[in-house]
Design a protein around this ligand. Sequence first.
Ligand code: URA
Length: 218
Amino acid sequence: MSLFDDRRFAPEDRPPPPVPQRPTPAKMREAVQGCRACDLWEGATQAVMGEGARHAPLMLVGEQPGDREDIEGHPFVGPAGKVLDRGLEQAGIDHDRVYITNVVKHFRYRARGKRRIHQKPDRWQVSACLPWLEAEIAMVHPDALVCLGATAAQALLGSQVRIGRDRGRPMPSELAEHVTVTAHPSSILRAEDDRDRQEAMAQLVADLRNVAAWLSAR
Ligand code: URA
């Protein structure tokens, strides 16, 4: 397995993530709550492990849980998750065939009054968390894997990846037979106006349809 891994940035005094030797979804969900491999557990309500069919043909990888996900303990259940659900539905991809996860399992945010504002994870935090994703990929062994947004794409495929340039086309990777990148659903929520939003959604759906077509042709 060749996850892009840059441990140069990780402080050396952190314990390794307690990934179970023989991962099952239940064991992983429990073990991740004890993870202290980076500092993000300190501010988070809980760690959020990926979910979905144990041997799903398609794995979707986002960045990190958001505010809702942190509270509810499930991936992609907040506003970005609603966009993703619509994208999957429009692309004709059944939720039963998907395993959804993130590269980082704890929510990173900055407190502003009562609000918690999303912050991108640092590279060392991404790096420290990667063994969880590595275990998820080995457990699910998906045929196709889609990175949602730059954090996932660069963590898994290298820092040279650009969503605008590389989206939708197969990327060289050993993580799965078919690996692609697309925009993060939250970028659709940030679109400036309705026209941009519709266009961004149409692109996401087109990228997901291509993956669906690849899956059904095999
Ligand atoms: N954004 C992500 O990348 N993942 C989630 O689970 C929610 C929002």
